[in-house]
Structures are given as structure tokens and as C-alpha cells.
Design a protein around this ligand. Sequence first.
Ligand code: HEC
Ligand code: HEC
Length: 271
Amino acid sequence: MPSGDGREDRSWRLWASAAVVGLLAAATALALVLAPAIEAREAGLDLWSTICRAVGLGHASPVAVGGNVGATPTSEVAWGAQTLNRLARADTQEGARIAGEVCAACHGDHGLSTSGDYPTLAGQSAATIYKQLRDYKSGARSNPMMSPMAAPLTDAQAADVAVYFARVKDPGGLGGRYSNGDDVARRLVVEGDPTRALPGCNACHGTSNPAGGPVETPALSGQQQAYLLRQLHLFATGERRNDLWGRMRIISGQLTDDEKARLASYYQGLR
Ligand code: HEC
Ligand code: HEC
């Protein structure tokens, strides 16, 4: 009888140990492989980086000092003296050649777009165009049509073409002033909405070019409405994430679809 009890006891202990080890293995697999695999898919990271993040290693880990939480490949453009000098020294003849040979096919002659699929570049600020070209090239901003166009441009060529478009003077270009009278949109543009901590768009975009905000702030007035609306949606979903500090992602995320549509129409109407 005692011997029988001992056997039962041993096998019970064996089962208990096996269950504990099994649970540990399952938990480890869940935490270090399955959860990272799901995160990898949703955040657009590779599996190894997300496993490293799960154990607290790697520069994108929330516990890393100075780590950048979230997989946001934000812009690599810095507004140092080198970049500003490059814009100041731009060769606009070379810019005009590139614009005519490459860009006109989609953005229209002299950057005057006739379609909501393509933004107008005529009259856009040179800093905006330059930054966007660098961002398409680095992958910080991505578009199947535009990314391959930016890829072959050198820094100097990007500056040349940016300054060329910025200097196009045409009534169809960006930067005019006229209100189409939509009060909802006008209030958001001028005052914002303090109840949602929304600054007025004018705080940065202004009505002139260059605008009053950060140096890379684009001119919006006169831009294609469908293009503007698409960008507001892309910022809101985080699909476009090359805005420094997430400024436009935060703002767009606060706007309703109706407000986005009104704002896009307001800005195209401004002339
Ligand atoms: C095959 C068509 C095509 C060609 C050619 C093309 N682009 Fe584009 N471009 C686009 C599309 C489409 C977008 C909008 C993409 C998006 O939503 O990110 C765009 C966006 C841009 C933007 C962003 C504008 C903004 O307001 O943020 C810039 C700058 C730009 N293009 C510059 C150029 C330059 C310079 C060239 C010539 C070297 C060029 N593009 C050639 C299709 C094209
Ligand atoms: C705190 C400054 C700031 C405010 C306020 C602001 N913006 Fe912006 N916005 C920017 C900057 C900077 C960019 C350029 C982001 C980048 O680097 O790509 C931008 C980009 C955009 C673009 C993309 C334009 C293009 O050519 O691709 C749209 C559309 C836009 N803003 C609309 C708005 C609207 C509408 C509001 C008001 C509801 C607003 N913004 C308020 C700073 C601001």
C-alpha cells in the first residue's frame, strides 16, 4: 500500500511539473513570438525587431533611453545651414529642365496640376518641395507613383527643381487669398477649436508663402481639393507619417470627415 501511494504521488508530481513547464513555454512563445509577430504585421516592422522590442532591446524599444516609441520612420531632413545653403545656391535652369522632362507628365506644365490626383507644385515653398522629395527618397513618405520619381534625384537636383517650382508665378499657382465663405471651415482655419486643443490652421499655414509655421509648412491655398482631402485622411490614419513631431497626424486625427472635406474645399477655393 505505501509503495502504491508513492507511485501515485510521483506521477502526480511529474504531471504537475510538466504542466508548469508547458505553461511557461506557452507564455514565452506568446510573449516573444506570437505577440511580436502580430505587432510586426501591424506596425510594419520585421519579426526580429519586434522580438528585440519585446525583450527590451533595440532602439525602438519603449524602455531604451531616448527610444522612439512606435515604428515611425519620420523625416531625415534637418534644416541646418547645409540644407538652406543648398536651396540658396539652386540652379533653376537645371530645375526647369528636370521639371519639363520628368515632372510635367503628372504635375502639369510648370507644376500647374489639372487633376486632383496630383498636387500643384507651382508657387509651393521650396523648403516643402525639397523636404517631400527627400522624404520620398528615404521612404519616410511613400507613394507608388511618386517614390520612384524622387529616388534618382541627387540632393542638388532636388533643390534645383524645388526652387524652380517655388518661383513659378502664375494665377493658377499656390498661395492666393480668397475665402469661399464656409463658416465651419473658416473658424477652424482662423481660430481652431480650443475644446479639442486644435490650433487654427493659420497658426502655421498662414495665408502667404512662406507661411508662418515651421520652415517646411506647405502652402495650401489653391491646392487641388481631392489631393488635400487624401492627405488629411492619410495623416489621420498614420499612413502618411513624415510630419515632424506628428503635428499633422495629431491635428488630422481630431477632425471629423465632414470637417476634412470642408477644409479641403475651403483651401482649393482660396485664390
Ligand atoms: C508618374 C506621375 C508623377 C511624376 C512623373 C512626378 N510626380 Fe510628384 N507626385 C505624384 C503623385 C501621385 C503625388 C501625390 C503622392 C502622395 O499622395 O503622396 C506626388 C507628389 C509630389 C510632391 C508632394 C507635394 C506636396 O505638396 O507635399 C512633390 C514635392 C512632388 N510630387 C514633386 C515631383 C517632382 C519634382 C517631380 C519630377 C522630378 C515629380 N513630382 C514627378 C506623381 C508624380
Ligand atoms: C503646428 C503647425 C500646423 C498647424 C496648426 C496645421 N498644420 Fe498642416 N502642416 C504643417 C506642416 C509642418 C506640414 C508639412 C508636414 C511634412 O513635413 O510633410 C503640414 C502639412 C499639411 C497638409 C499636407 C499638404 C501637402 O501639400 O501635402 C495638409 C493638407 C495640412 N497640413 C492641412 C492642415 C489643416 C487643414 C490644418 C488646420 C485644421 C492644419 N494643417 C494645421 C503644420 C501645421
